[in-house]
Design a protein around this ligand. Structure first.
Ligand code: XMP
Ligand code: MG
Length: 183
């Protein structure tokens, strides 16, 4: 789905597919350099991070192992509940592993700060985060995110994996959802 296909549902286009891809290539180059000689495990957070994982990981020049987790901190609406539940856990033993969490967006930070601690407590050698988007004004807890694509305003965004009630995930770009869609 192209941005033009859902123009009426967006109040603003934030990032085109090209801008997203350029940014992920940039982040991948930094990660390649930072992890040279190591064997990191990319942990994708379902479902929103599917697109980021697919494109970011393919920009990497190093081998990238992948595993997936599904956690829930959101209902079907647009507000964070602050309660994190594991819906699907990893298949990989994290002992001594360098873990790189791959996320779509950091909003309140509640999900990622919980997840980072959870993975650290499993004996990982290191846990860092790569996230395409971050809403600095929405932060409720400090999370040290080493690799961030774009800082965005505190508005509900969709596309490139991000959904509203499971819609818009397959949109190639990212835009602000128009209020008339959810009110
Ligand atoms: P927190 O608040 O814990 O939330 O940092 C992280 C998760 O919440 C979802 N989220 C969004 N999903 N548009 C979305 O489609 C948004 O603007 C948005 N903000 C947060 C997302 O699943 C993320 O992993
Ligand atoms: Mg998510």
């Amino acid at each position: 789905m192209e941005l033009s296909d859902v123009q009426a549902d967006l109040s603003e286009v934030l990032f085109t597919p090209e801008q997203i891809d350029d940014k992920l290539a940039e982040l991948a180059a930094v990660v390649d350099a930072d992890y040279a000689g190591r064997d990191p495990l990319l942990v994708g957070v379902l479902k929103g991070a599917v697109m980021v994982m697919a494109d970011f990981s393919r920009h990497l020049k190093m081998q990238a192992r992948m595993d997936w987790m599904a956690v829930s901190s959101y209902g079907s609406g647009t507000k964070s509940s602050g309660v994190v539940r594991i819906l699907k856990d990893l298949d990989t033993d994290l002992h001594g592993r360098d873990v790189l969490i791959v996320e779509d967006i950091i909003d309140s930070g509640l999900t990622l700060s919980w997840l980072k601690q959870n993975l650290q407590s499993r004996g990982a050698a290191s846990v860092e985060i790569v996230a395409l988007l971050r809403k600095p004004e929405a932060a409720k807890v400090e999370v040290d995110v080493k690799y961030v694509g774009f800082d965005i305003p505190d508005e509900f965004v969709v596309g490139y994996g991000l959904d509203y009630d499971e819609r818009y995930r397959n949109l190639r770009g990212v835009g602000v959802l128009a209020p008339h869609v959810y009110s």
